[in-house]
Design a protein around this ligand. Structure first.
Ligand SMILES: [Zn+2]
Length: 75
């Protein structure tokens, strides 16, 4: 069950676009971004999402894109 029904789509950690769940695990789920194709996992061991994880507010999207740019800059 991992992220549960609210966590079908999460923000992509690279471009802040919508990432769809491709695999549902016991403790974590896998997601693939619809916009850039990046795949990432989300750990849900603290419990499933209690509210929809998509859409996200613009300031949150902006923060994700800034962190991604910083990660790329650091190599
Ligand atoms: Zn993306």
């Amino acid at each position: 069950m991992a992220g549960g029904p609210h966590a079908r789509i999460v923000p992509c950690m690279e471009c802040a676009g919508p990432a769809e769940r491709t695999h549902e695990g016991v403790e974590s789920d896998r997601y693939r971004c619809r916009a850039c194709g990046e795949e990432h996992g989300v750990d849900w061991r603290r419990g499933p999402a209690v509210a929809p994880t998509w859409p996200i507010p613009p300031d949150e999207a902006e923060a994700i894109r800034r962190w991604a740019a910083e990660r790329r800059a650091q190599g």
